[in-house]
Design a protein around this ligand. Structure first.
Ligand code: HEM
Length: 490
């Protein structure tokens, strides 16, 4: 190497080293003192990973890390955390959680996740969207999740469960050990492909069905993309980078368009999600459970949704629906296998009720209180979504702890931590469905159990139940509008 080139390389190395040292000093002495300066205890950061060192080293998942920190900071209402360079506030106290998720929702509407509708139309879905666009879509979509509409889809669920029984019977005959997680994911994939896309994908019969193969791809960890999503979403935006896997995106858009075109040109109506999405594309609102137009139509009909917006919502129903439900079912079966007494009691209840109703119906499922307790306890121990995210969109004072948080602060609700708190759930590792009898539920803070989240951004699949619980149901009125009213937002 020539002396000049060598000299240049040396200088370059010197500059890079100086930048690295300056960044180190800045992170250590300025960034990582953010919470200390505010008088808030913090999870000790390590340059440049912040509080994520155990996750980077693959020692813990983010859920387990948050649970451990939740337990460690047991005397604090909140504590600070750093996702690499970004300060986040972790909220432990259920009253403050209520403040963020519900009471003061307008300051914490967004999840602050990266999406880019321009290059990645499927990322423009309910889970990701922010602000007015999210609110408008959520108002439109909430009436699609009423119990009346679910009833119409029950036949499909029942058909898929018959295939599930067949699949498990065949597998048990062939093998001593069966992979229940994959079978449950194939079951929920078949249900969602059918009700959301109008497609019989039959992954229970054919494990390599395209929907299932892509589903496996979607839940596969992508360390580089995930790191970029946390570290530099603005860079992704600047270079117009799509976060959704291209193959998945092309497939979903193609299947969605083809099915919508087929139904429209053949005037085919099937009472499923896709039908409701087509209504939103054609009219801007969905008809009520009684097939009448909604009373609050002018408010919710502010514009029809486009084909791509429709595809994005169907995509999120699949994405948010298949893995969450199959993981819940898998954990439930696991606990029933190791707790034979609970299994027996549940089997007895199911047999009795099925005899009474003459088989599995929507109504018979609602008449199984012990099943409800078992599922609730499963979601306590194994919440499918173990942390909730919010983004503070305006400076705000948190009540009771004299802390003002600034616009842009990330908020984390450590859901798994709350569910495993021994002061709220004694012997938290024990699987005990009786934690969900009426007396025990009444004894706990409502925000100490949040498997579906809470407030206006609660899981849309859970919305109808919450509204019933709040006794806010008004016939023909969009349940989501009731929830917004409760938060003082409309
Ligand atoms: C056991 C099953 C499920 C669990 C445990 C679950 C849990 C959750 C949780 C914790 C959230 C975040 C709530 C928050 O931030 O406050 C969420 C959001 C969401 N879920 Fe679910 N979910 C389940 C099934 C489903 C299904 C079947 C669908 C659709 C068919 C669905 C659609 C959604 C959507 C669209 C959102 C985003 C809502 C918004 O931001 O407006 N989920 N879910």
């Amino acid at each position: 190497m020539e002396f000049g080139a060598f000299n240049f390389l040396l200088q370059l190395l010197g500059v890079l080293l100086a930048i690295a040292v300056a960044a180190y000093i800045y992170l250590k002495n300025v960034t990582y003192n953010y919470w200390k300066h505010k008088g808030i205890p913090q999870a000790e950061p390590i340059v440049p990973f912040g509080s994520l060192w155990d996750v980077v080293k693959s020692r813990k998942s983010i859920a387990v890390l948050m649970r451990d920190l939740y337990l460690e900071f047991k005397d604090n209402a909140v504590f600070g955390f750093y996702s690499f360079h970004r300060p986040s506030l972790v909220i432990r106290d259920p009253d403050l959680i209520r403040f963020v998720l519900t009471k003061d929702f307008s300051h914490f509407q967004n999840r602050g996740l990266y999406y880019n509708e321009e290059v990645d139309p499927l990322s423009g879905h309910l889970f990701m969207l922010d602000g007015a666009k999210w609110k408008n879509l959520r108002i439109k979509f909430s009436p699609t999740f009423t119990s009346g509409k679910m009833k119409h889809m029950f036949t499909t669920v029942k058909e898929c469960s018959d295939s599930l029984v067949q699949c498990v019977t065949d597998e048990v005959e062939k093998n001593e050990v069966i992979e229940i997680k994959d079978i449950m994911a194939r079951f929920t994939t078949d249900v969602i492909a059918s009700v959301a896309f109008g497609i019989e994908c039959n992954s229970l019969k054919n494990p390599e069905a395209e929907f299932r193969t892509l589903g496996r791809k979607i839940v596969k960890p992508r360390p580089v993309m995930n790191a970029m999503l946390v570290l530099c979403p603005s860079l992704l935006k600047m270079f117009n980078i799509a976060a959704t896997n291209k193959e998945v995106s092309n497939f979903i858009i193609k299947v969605f368009k083809e099915t919508v075109d087929y139904r429209t040109s053949n005037n085919l109506v099937r009472k499923d999600f896709l039908d409701l999405v087509i209504q939103l594309m054609n009219k801007g609102f969905v008809r009520g459970d009684d097939d009448k137009e909604p009373l609050d139509k002018p408010e919710i009909a502010s514009g029809k949704i486009t084909m791509l917006e429709g595809a994005a919502q169907v995509f999120v129903f699949w994405l948010a629906g298949f893995e969450t439900s199959s993981s819940a079912a898998t954990h439930c079966l696991y606990e029933l296998a190791i707790n034979q007494d609970i299994q027996k009691r549940l089997a007895d209840e199911i047999s009795q009720i099925l005899e009474k109703f003459g088989g599995i119906t929507y109504e018979s499922l609602a008449a199984m209180p012990y099943l409800h307790k078992v599922v609730s306890e499963t979601l306590r121990k194994y919440p499918s979504v173990p942390i909730l995210n919010r983004d503070c969109n305006q400076d705000v004072q948190l009540p009771g702890i004299n802390l003002s948080i600034t616009k842009g602060t990330a908020i984390v609700i450590p859901l798994l931590g709350l569910h495993m708190d021994p002061e709220v759930y004694p012997e938290p590792d024990k699987f005990d469905p009786e934690r969900f009898n009426d007396d025990n539920i009444a004894r706990r803070h409502r925000y100490a159990y949040l498997p579906f989240g809470e407030g206006p951004r609660i899981c849309i699949g859970e919305l109808s139940l919450v509204i019933v619980e709040h006794s806010q149901v008004v016939r023909g009125v969009n349940p989501f509008l009731c929830l917004l009213q409760e938060c003082g937002l409309v």
